[in-house]
Design a protein around this ligand. Structure first.
Ligand code: VGL
Ligand code: ZN
Length: 205
């Protein structure tokens, strides 16, 4: 059995002080570093948006952050400007040990399309290449951690399950936005129902 750890969007903008801060987002970093050595491969995804990105409220005059716009087939939540390459907020958390990383997947790089999942953009068809990387290496079992539980972690886990991977969600190594309120609990339950195993990092080391 070959395994991989997927570290989702552990970037400054999703940590306290960042543009789209997740409560206690930085608290997971030590545990993520401590489990990384237990896997055959470690992949980090990063949100990587151009300044004119469709998900930024600033690009839709008259809209507010967390407003929902119907854009074609996609319900797009308006977010603050975040994870723009070249800005400090796009960096990985400074304490994340980059020596553990085998691959970095940038996502949400097209102006007109958001990407929550590490596998597919939000049209649910455009691949990021992550599936090919993992399957090419014969990896069958994934553990997923990172930010945010109810958005990018959630969609990454659901896509991974649909693609046939066995998926563990490392519950003490995730934190969420919780928008709308209660969303973290709802989406944890959805992940479990879809087939993810909810585990704690201590069980890995
Ligand atoms: C994310 C909202 C917008 C995430 C990314 O990483 O969960 N959430 N962009
Ligand atoms: Zn984003």
């Amino acid at each position: 059995m070959k395994t991989a750890l997927i570290v989702v969007d552990l970037q400054r903008d999703f940590c306290p002080g960042g543009a789209l801060a997740v409560k206690d987002g930085d608290a997971i970093v030590p545990a993520v570093n401590s489990i990384a050595g237990e896997f055959d491969k470690v992949i980090a995804t990063r949100d990587w948006h151009p300044q004119d990105h469709i998900s930024f409220a600033s690009n839709h005059p008259g809209t507010k952050v967390q407003e929902i716009l119907q854009l074609g087939d996609i319900e797009q939540i308006m977010w603050p400007d975040h994870c723009v390459p070249g800005t400090p907020g796009s960096d990985f958390h400074p304490d994340l040990d980059l020596r553990n990383l085998d691959l970095i997947i940038s996502k949400g790089t097209s102006s007109g399309l958001d990407s929550y999942s590490g596998f597919f953009e939000n049209d649910h068809t455009t691949p990021t290449g992550l599936e090919g990387y993992l399957k090419n290496l014969g990896i069958t079992d994934l553990a997923v951690c990172g930010l945010a539980t109810d958005y990018c972690v959630f969609f990454t886990v659901i896509d991974a399950l649909h693609l046939g991977f066995n998926v563990d969600l490392v519950t003490d190594c995730v934190r969420g936005v919780d928008f709308p309120p209660g969303n973290i609990e709802t989406r944890l339950a959805d992940m479990k129902k879809t087939g993810a195993r909810l585990i704690e990092s201590v069980s890995l080391t």
